[in-house]
Design a protein around this ligand. Structure first.
Ligand SMILES: Cc1ncc(COP(=O)(O)O)c(C=O)c1O
Length: 158
């Protein structure tokens, strides 16, 4: 039996909106009014103050780590999963941080909370968790521990 990794979910109305946009005299292709509107709508849905949309997941990874570097120019450790995309790890290294690998929980496919907690030290600058295929990789225990230690949690949802 075969299970597709994903199905195309682009609707006809999405395509029509793109075509209508491109048919304008001088269509703005990046950071236009629609992007601003979507960022605002997304922020409201998520219950956060701000959102920044970028062109790709790899750019989002790089941007996040670049922001972390502003806070920790001296570097440090970032806890990363053994199951993720290469740009999650590359962005950590590219910004001068050291990736500390933590194995996944086979039930959630995300990093095992207990193993993350056991790897936290005073050099830990962030936990960079990937939620795989729509599974929820968070536990209350992890969230509480990170909040107590004031360690940022960065989530990549694939
Ligand atoms: C978890 C995760 N992060 C980042 C990326 C990179 O996304 P993109 O191909 O849009 O750069 C992928 C791509 O599959 C991914 O699975």
């Amino acid at each position: 039996m075969k299970f597709p990794l994903m199905r195309n979910n682009i609707l006809r109305e999405d395509l029509d909106a793109v075509i209508a946009h491109l048919k304008q005299d001088d269509p703005m292709l990046t950071n236009g009014a629609n992007v601003r509107a979507f960022e605002q709508e997304w922020s409201e849905w998520l219950g956060v103050k701000y959102s920044v949309f970028v062109n790709s997941g790899a750019s989002a990874n790089l941007l996040t780590m670049a922001v972390l570097k502003i806070r920790y120019p001296e570097g440090g450790d970032v806890i990363v999963p053994t199951l993720t995309w290469v740009s999650d790890i590359a962005s950590v290294i590219q910004n001068g941080f050291t990736p500390i690998f933590v194995d996944i929980d086979p039930c959630t496919l995300a990093m095992d909370s207990q193993q993350i907690i056991s790897q936290l030290t005073d050099k830990t600058r962030a936990v960079f968790l990937t939620h795989v295929q729509g599974f929820d990789g968070l536990t209350d225990e992890l969230l509480t521990e990170l909040a107590q230690r004031n360690i940022p949690l960065i989530e990549d949802v694939l």
